[in-house]
Design a protein around this ligand. Structure first.
Ligand code: FE2
Length: 248
């Protein structure tokens, strides 16, 4: 499987707190079927140091990738970021300070949880106009989606990619997020599912449980598309295979 969203890079955000923890997470992921993951630390969060792509971050990424290799963990590591959207994201993209996913043109994006659909729509258009394909991280976790998921339908039709968190479908974020996640899945509004892993215990990096869940509710082919085929296509710059869209 291919995991496009992880907070495994040590000591840069609220994810892995040490190299030891990060290696334990990498080991767990590989042991449970992940072949490749992209490290996506929070980037551009106001009131933090930003984690922008620079010499220091390049050293951190390379050191982690080497550590995984030296530990003998059979796991490919790609470079990326989870970009918190602010109005200056297009300028930061132009300056090369924000990494798309693993050399692709796809930008993983997050918003405040109380964001409104108009602001998101404008943000997605701005990223698109800057020459990147927006991937919305965990759309099921936003209040606006639970309130009215139809906006997601419009954004998917306009080419935005939707990445769901595995814990949303496994109940880790509570009943409302679970219900919203099920609704998005049933309407064909999910392109890929990732771990959004933050630690070895809480929000872990293992994808085997969600693969088994998807196989049981949607079949093995859908599990393969959401956990392997579409992430692979996204990284190669190919459009993800779409599920059959079911209008509201
Ligand atoms: Fe995240």
């Amino acid at each position: 499987m291919i995991d496009l969203h992880t907070h495994i890079l040590p000591r840069v955000d609220d994810g892995a707190e040490s190299l030891e923890t990060a290696l334990a997470m990498a080991h767990m992921a590989a042991e449970h079927g992940t072949e490749y993951l992209v490290v996506t630390p929070h980037v551009n969060i106001p009131s933090t140091n930003g984690n922008y792509w620079d010499k220091d971050m390049q050293r951190r990424y390379a050191a982690f990738r080497n550590a995984v290799r030296e530990a003998g963990i059979p796991l490919g590591i790609g470079y990326g970021a989870e970009v918190f959207y602010t109005d200056d994201v297009p300028a930061l993209l132009a300056d090369g300070k924000l990494l798309p996913l693993a050399g692709s043109r796809c930008l993983l994006m997050e918003f405040p949880f109380d964001i409104d659909p108009i602001t998101v729509r404008n943000a997605l258009s701005a990223v698109n106009a800057a020459g990147f394909v927006p991937i919305m991280a965990h759309p099921e976790r936003y209040r606006m989606t639970a309130y009215d998921p139809r906006a997601i339908y419009d954004w998917v039709q306009s080419g935005c990619i939707m990445q769901m968190n595995k814990d949303s479908l496994l109940g880790g974020f509570g009943a409302t997020v679970f219900d919203t996640a099920r609704t998005l899945l049933q309407h064909g509004l999910v392109h890929c599912i990732a771990s959004d892993a933050h630690s070895p215990a809480h929000r872990d990096p293992c994808l085997h449980e969600i693969r088994d869940y998807l196989t049981a509710v949607s079949g093995a082919r859908d599990a393969e598309i959401l956990l392997r085929e579409n992430p692979r296509r996204i990284l190669k710059g190919l459009p993800p295979l779409s599920q059959k869209l079911v209008p509201f």
